[in-house]
Design a binder for this molecule. Structure first.
Ligand code: GLU
Length: 383
């Protein structure tokens, strides 16, 4: 009874492992979960209060599809000031981040067109391209180059069918951070070959060791061909709110907005008031959470150095480590083995592309005790 296009795509590897961990917990197993990338912090109080107030004040009706005007304004101002993106509120659509990716790809990719994206990369990019009838072209990234998607590697993959370069910095699952040189190189390729760029910057604030985040839409001539996507989930611990945004040049904005109108209409009205408080209120909770993520990264790296079967360089952003493991099992088998033997849930690297095989993704957005105990269990099971 299903459409053929649904058979083209796989189940989400991250959501599958999250659900499996949930089932095991319901059966009474003491699972420690490193599956989905979800901060364990509560959403900061002032954000919750703003949404509650909006509910109390009856802000529960339809909005225009692109979202609450004040929130679009606040997003545009921040993008201009902090990211250097030459935009205004008329370029902004408020929508869940995953929806932003889906809408962008549906609105821009024709049947048979190619999208170059990193391998490994987040589980959802390729299915979006496949649903649109396009072809995902993996750009294999390597640990030796800190998993960055290097312009020289992208250049080799460009064909007359290439329509888009898609990338994500800081990256999921590797924590890679593209340098300014990389960003400039990717921008030159996009301009030389008349390509659209989708830049997923949802981890833009979760960046360590004094590194700086660069937005490709800020490079000369790039705003006209770039869709910048970001969101509230990771920065403000707002995963369940389903709230993010995209910034697109006018002609692309109009196309994407049609998809928004015909799918979700707009993002949840009272959630957008929470988003407005997140944008305009104190950023102290963000600083606290990023500091804590960096400490957790340092802790998990220290613990992994003590596990002879795991090898990993220190990631520079997001909240994932992506170690290579020694052993004959494939990464899905290894994830299931660790779930069974160690009662530790994580995601097999092949969920993120063929280049992720023989790796594991561990989301360390959980507390230090879980990290300590979980890695102790992994060490025992692997030995
Ligand atoms: N983006 C997060 C992850 O990779 C959330 C789960 C998902 O939507 O894939 O774990």
């Amino acid at each position: 009874m299903l459409a053929e296009r649904i058979n083209r795509i796989h189940e989400s590897g991250t959501m599958k492992m999250k659900e499996l961990a949930g089932q095991k917990k319901a059966e009474g197993k003491k699972i420690i979960s490193f599956t989905v990338g979800e901060p364990d912090f509560d959403t900061p109080k002032h954000i919750v209060e703003a949404a509650k107030k909006a509910l109390d004040e009856g802000k529960t009706r339809y909005l225009d599809a692109p979202g609450l005007p004040e929130l679009r304004q606040a997003i545009a101002e921040r993008a201009k000031k902090e990211n250097g993106i030459p935009c205004d509120s008329s370029n902004v659509i408020v929508t869940p981040t995953k929806q932003a990716i889906f809408e962008t790809i549906i609105a821009t990719i024709n049947e048979g067109e190619e999208v170059i994206m990193p391998d490994p990369s987040w589980v959802t990019y390729e299915p979006c391209v496949q649903l649109a009838g396009g072809k995902a072209v993996p750009c294999v990234t390597k640990e030796e180059s800190q998993w960055r998607m290097r312009p020289e590697d992208v250049a080799e993959l460009i064909t007359p069918k290439t329509k888009m370069i898609l990338f994500n910095s800081p990256s999921n699952p590797c924590g890679a951070v593209e340098t300014h040189e990389d960003i400039k190189g990717l921008a030159d390729l996009a301009k030389d070959h008349n390509l659209v760029v989708l830049s997923d910057e949802v981890y833009e604030k979760i960046i360590f060791d004094g590194l700086k985040h660069y937005s490709i839409a800020a490079e000369p001539g790039m705003m006209d061909r770039t869709i910048t996507i970001s969101g509230f989930s990771k920065t403000y611990a707002m995963t369940g709110w389903r709230l993010g945004w995209l910034i697109a040049p006018k002609p692309i904005f109009k196309g994407i907005n049609k998809v928004q109108q015909h799918s979700i209409t707009h993002a949840v009205s009272f959630a957008q008031y929470g988003g407005l408080a997140a944008m305009t209120g104190t950023q102290e909770p963000v600083k606290m959470m990023v500091k804590e993520f960096q400490e957790r990264r340092d802790l998990i790296m220290k613990l992994m150095r003590d596990i002879p079967q795991l090898h990993c360089d220190t990631p520079k952003g997001a909240f994932y480590v992506f170690p290579r493991y020694e052993g004959k099992m494939n990464s899905e088998e290894m994830a299931l083995f660790l779930m069974d033997k160690a009662e530790v849930a994580l995601t097999g690297g092949s969920s993120f592309g063929a280049a992720g095989e023989q790796h594991l993704r561990i989301s360390y957005a959980t507390n230090k005790k879980n990290i300590q105990d979980g890695m102790e269990r992994v060490k025992k099971a692997l030995s």
